[in-house]
Design a protein around this ligand. Sequence first.
Ligand SMILES: [Zn+2]
Length: 418
Amino acid sequence: MEIRDQPYTLTSCDFVFTGQQILKNTNIIIDNGRIMEIGPEKEGDIFSCSGMIVIPGLINAHTHSGMTYLRGYKDDLDLIPWLKEIWSIESKALPHWIRLSSEASIIEMLSNGITGFIDMYFNPKDVAELSEIYGIKVSAGPTFLDSLKDPYEIDKEMREVSTMASSTFSPIINVHSLYAVSEETLKLARQLFEELGLGIHIHVSETREELFQVKQRYGIFPVEVLKSKGLLGPRTIMAHLGWISSWEIELVKSMEAHAVHCPTSNMKLATGGFFPLKEMLARGINVALGTDGPATNNTLDIFREMKEAVLLERQGYWEASVGAKDAIRMATLGGRKAVRLEGGVIERGAPADLSLVDMSNLGPITESNLNSILTYVATGRDIDYTIIDGKLVYRRGLYDSRLKQIYAELTTIQESLS
Ligand SMILES: [Zn+2]
């Protein structure tokens, strides 16, 4: 059944993981985009959640949605040579390719239970439009990347995009990385950061080579550079951080900045280093999870990142102090905190952003193994429905024909590249 803009009830949910506790066989009443009640009560239309686990909506805190046309292209290279290949194509890419790519990414993310994402690419106006069409929440903005775009043009575009905030779209300042922009560009970014009061989103300490370059240019480490340039604070979202030093971790903590862990992308691009997840969590630093782009992961499935984040930690530390509950928290609440979105938990008054997981292929499921099942067994393919602001924005199969059509076009585009 379709869910309309009026009170309705998700009934008989086998399990609800609220973010704090697990409830069994309960109902959730939703009205006006928010959770009104959790318990035995019912109101309005009935939507059966029998056979499902309801969790807070997943957030993909770092991606490049416009890169689906490059998925699988020149894979199996190290990051720097890969980037050279990719940037040479991106300098010639047509806007149409990028928009189609973002549309494919959005459909894929919805189908994987993702209710919001942080996007770093060159088509924020497309993404803003698509976010309204598909109902997904997105933070995006144009990206400072000096070899591809004139920074003054990006500054101008950012000012335009900053006026486009809507119920689904929130503007964000994107800086590709410290090694890909000049000091002059960083000044422009800082000016925007102070003037517009928006978040800033940047790749930081992803590779050892980046560290060398930044140290050579500035004499200090990347997070220290961000601090010295006035770009580190509670509105700063840093992706990767695989080569961060112990004293930089303290800076992240004291400045209340956010870290996004992208385990699959780090491994696939052979970036080395080690994201210090245990230390970050122990210090109370907010950590979110990101897939990175469809050309660096190559899937947009946060369930996989949950599992990889924990496994990588255990492989590195030989111990199991970081577990499934941490992974779910990073994938839900962590992402929302990074972009200052309320919610991320299932409680009275919270926005009704929910991912509904089909239990059919995951069993046996008990109250005590539920978090484990969600982290180590489930994938995006187990999502049946995605609800954002109380609206049913995705149900299994809804966009199959559209996605097929887009993939056919993207195939032709990628074939034309080589
Ligand atoms: Zn990235």
